[in-house]
Write a protein that binds this ligand. Sequence first.
Ligand code: G3P
Ligand code: CA
Length: 336
Amino acid sequence: MRSLDRSGAIYYPGAVKSSAPASRVRLEHSVTTILLLPADGASAVREAMTNRGSSSAKHSIAHRGASAYAPEHTLEAYELAIEQGADFIEPDLQITRDGVLVCLHDLTLERTTNVAEVFRDRYREEDVRGRQLRRWYVSDFDLVELHRLDAGSWFDNRFAGARVPTLEETIEIARGRAGIYPETKAPEVYGHLGFAMERLLIEVLERYALARVDNHARTPVVIQSFSAESLQILRSELESELPLVYLVSEADESLSAKGLAKVATFATGLGPDKRLLLEDPDLAERAHEAGLSVVPWTFRSDDPGAFADVREEMAYFLYDMGVDALFTNNPDLFPR
Ligand code: G3P
Ligand code: CA
């Protein structure tokens, strides 16, 4: 396993974290591996078409937009990410009561909007470990109701009035400027409500001529999900040819050589929690051997782990560990 030289000692991911000061940390990657993505994004398309990206380009995916600086999943956060040079923006998907795909991380609205003020009585009460909690589910609201919500003030008053965007609005922002990395969030929950999230997604992409890779010259699309079933529906039932990334948050059988070979039957990439790569130094190599690209998450300036800062952390994963792309809240700090 390639190592990061920390305070003169060889550092193996997964070993006890070093407290070496930043000035003593030396990255060993070669500048010859650092090439820029062409402005038209064409290399993103070519590499997204293959299971594994070549070493010639590494891609930044703006996690929930440039969410270190602007409220997550707002057009403001997506716009800023594109201005900061993100190769892709990442919308998580939820579905409104009237069947519209919107961009939001949570199934519910109360963390990132003022829904509790605007729709005071429209909650469901849930028992969570003995505590009664009020939850305002996206699927209980029509799009026109969602548009009344302020999705920016919780983050900073400067963003007051920012809205929960639809996927279509997000595509309008990105089209011709950056790629899109939509995540089917909790598709099984929406399935129980009668919505087929995967089909809705493909329908929207078709409307913008983005459902086929040969149309992706300036706006590549990669779909990701924690649900293997969701990706299998996209690949087999809907016959989507788009690159698909399987997200993993815990070490399990899917990360063995045999498990990864199975993942490669329905996905083109593996999206592990970055912790899994540190705990299992051979994982990136095993995934590559299975023909999968490796796209870990989430790199954020407010938690760079044992690294001096998030830029250094991202450089280590990209150029020492050899991952192909990564999700970051700080696309401006992505090391190219
Ligand atoms: O989709 C990759 C990463 O975003 C997964 O975490 O919870 O932020 O969607 P989450
Ligand atoms: Ca996500």
